[in-house]
Design a binder for this molecule. Sequence first.
Ligand code: BGC
Length: 718
Amino acid sequence: MSTARVNALMAQMTTEEKIGQLIQLSADFFQNGQAEITGPMQDKNLTLDIVYSAGSVLGISGAEQVKNIQKDFIEHNRLHIPLLFMADVVHGYQTIYPIPLGLGATFNPELVRQTSEVAARESAAGGVHVTFAPMVDLVRDPRWGRVMESTGEDPYLNSVLAKASVDGYQGDLPLDKEHIAACVKHFAAYGAPEAGREYNTVDLSEWRFREQYLPAYAAAIEAQAMLVMTSFNTLFGVPATVNQHLMRDILRDELNFDGVLISDWDAISEVISHGVAADLAKAADLALTAGVDIDMMSFAYAKYLEKASKIDEKTLNLINEAATRVLELKEKLGLFEDPYRGLDVNAEAKEVYSSTNLAVAQRAAEESIVLLKNEADILPLQKSMKLALVGPVVATNDLLGSWSWQGERREKETLAQVFDKNFENIQVEAGCNYHSSDSISEQQAVAAAEKQDVIVAFIGLPSSDSGEATSKTDINVPKEQLALLEKLVTLNKPIISVVVTGRPLDLRRVSELSDAVVVAWFPGSKGAVAIENILDGTVSPSGKLPMTFPRNIGQVPIYYNSYRTGRPITNTPEDDINKYQSKYLDCDNSPLYSFGFGLSYAKLGIKSVDIINDNVNDEQPLVLEVTVINESDFSAKNTLQCYTHQLTGETVRPVKELKQFKKLTFAANSEQKVQITIAKDLLSNVHTDLNCYVDSGKYEVMVGFDSDNVITKSFKVE
Ligand code: BGC
C-alpha cells in the first residue's frame, strides 16, 4: 500500500539508491555530526557516497547529535531522503524501568503500556524513530542470559504484555511525534536455544512452535508493530533470517505483516557460518528472497551495489519491494514532512528523569518485586529496627540491568542512602563481591551485623551476567555470597535476602538460610526506593514469577504449562512404590517456586468460585464469579489467575494454561466479588494439521493467586 510520494520517489531512484535504503549502518559511520568511515569500518569497502545513501542507522541518540547528523545527511543525499534512526530502547531510554522479566512479574498490562509510553516520549525527544523492542521470545531456560529481556515462559502473558508494550511505544496510529515505531523481536523462537547456549540451534516441531512460541509475536503484529526483527537461530532446520517458510508463509501471508523486516546484527552474513550459503552474495540472495528488507550491519546487501546495473528482474523486484517498505515506514513516521520529527533538546532535557516518568518507573519497580518467603511475617520491617545492609549489591548499586545503554548512571539514591533516610539505624558492610571475597570484608560484615536487629542481604548477580551472550551452566547464587550468608546465620538474627538477578536462580540454599526472600530483578532507576518501600511495608509486594524457579539446574527446562505424559506422577503414596513414572530418582518434579507465585502482606484467600455459565459457545463465554477475602489490615494488590485444562484433545494438552488474569486492589478486611470471563476462542489449540481452533468437550478451570494453589471447576464447550 505505497503512497503517491513513495511511488514518486521510487520512480526517481537509481537501483543503487534503492539498495542503499536496505542497508543499516552502525553509529561508527557517523561521527561529529558527519558521515565518516573510521578505522574499524575501513575494511567494509564502503565509500562515503554509499554511506550517504544508507536507509538507516542504529545506536545513535540525543537530540543535538541526531539533528546534526540528519542535517548533514540530507544535504549529501541526492534525493534528500532522511535517515531513519533506530535504537535499543529496551527498558527505558534514560529513565530506566525494570528489565522486561521484571515487567512480566508485574502482571500489569496497563503499567507495561505506560513504561513503553514513557520510553517513547523520552527517546522521541532524543531523536529515536524506531526501538528494537519489545522482545517477546518465550523463555524457559534460565541458562540463557537473554531471559531478562523477555516477559517470561507463558504464551498468554507474553501476548498480552507484547500488545501493551507496542501500544505504549506507538500510541494511537497514525504515529504522533511523541511516539516511536516498535520492532518486535526476534522472529522467531530465539528463546529456545538448545541447552540454553547462546546462538545455539533451535529445533521445535511446527506444532509446538505455533502452540507456544508464535502467539506473542502474532499479538505484537496484531497490535500493528511496524517492524519485525529476524532471529539468529535456526528453526525447522533453516536459519530464521533466510527461512522462507517462516518469513513468507507465516509472517507475511498468515500474520499479514506488511511492515519492515530487519535482520538482527550481522545475521545475514552468519548464514555462511551456519553453512547454508557459501558466500555473502548468496547469503544476500537468500535473505532478500525470504523478504528481509533491511540488512543490519552484515554488508551483504551492499554486495548488490557491485553489480547494480546487471541485476536480474526477479532480484530487482525484490529490491523494489523492500525499498518501498522502508520508504513507507519513513512516510508513516512523518520524516518526509519533518526529518527532525520529535527531536527537541529542551523537551529531551525536560522529559528525561521527569518526576512523571520516574513515578512510572517506581510503580513498575514496586509491582515487579516478588516476595517468595516470609517466615513468621518478618516483613514488613519496622522503621525502628536496626538494620545491617550487606551483600555485593549494596556496594555496587548495580540495579539498572543490561540493555540500559542510554540510561545514565544517574540514580540519585543508593540503597544505603534510601535505607538511611527511612530507618533509624543502619550499618553498611558489603562483606563480599559478586564472585570473590576475603576474610577481612567478611568479618567486617559479621561484626556490623552482630550489633543490629535484622540483616538485609543484597545478593545476586551483576548486570554483566545477564543479557546477550551471557549463557551459564550454573544458576546457583555465587558461592562467596552463600558463604557470607552461612556466617551471618550463626548470629541467629533474622535474615532478609533481596536477590537482584536477570534470570531465575537456584535459591534452595538462600531460602534455607533466610527468613524472607525477595526477588527484585534489575528494578531500574527507582530500584532502591522501590525495594525500600516493599521492605518497610509502604507497598505490599504484588509481583508474581513470570518464569519458574527450579530446584536445581537439572530440572531445566521446567515450566508450569507442561504437557501431559503417559506415566504421570499421582502425588499420592503410590509414587513411592511405582518406579515407572515420569520423574527423577534424585529430585522432585515440582519446582522450588512456580510460575505465578508471589506472596503478599495481606492475608488473601479465595472463598468461593462460582461458575455463572458453564456451557461455552460462540455467543456465551465462560463466566466465573470469584469471592476473595482479605483478612488483614493491609490493602494490597494481587493477581487472580485463571487457568484452563482441556481433558481430551486431538493432541496432548498442557496440564494448565493461563487464560486470564486480573490484577486488583483488595481493601483491608474486605470481601470482594470478581467476575472473570473467558471467551471461547481463547480455548483454541493447534491441531495436527497445524490449524488452530476450539474443540468441543470437557474442560477444567482453575483459579488462584498462583499456578499451584488453585480451586478447580468443570465446564463444557459446545
Ligand atoms: C541483538 C538485538 C539488538 C541488536 C541491535 C543484536 O545483537 O540480538 O536484540 O536489537 O543487536 O543492537
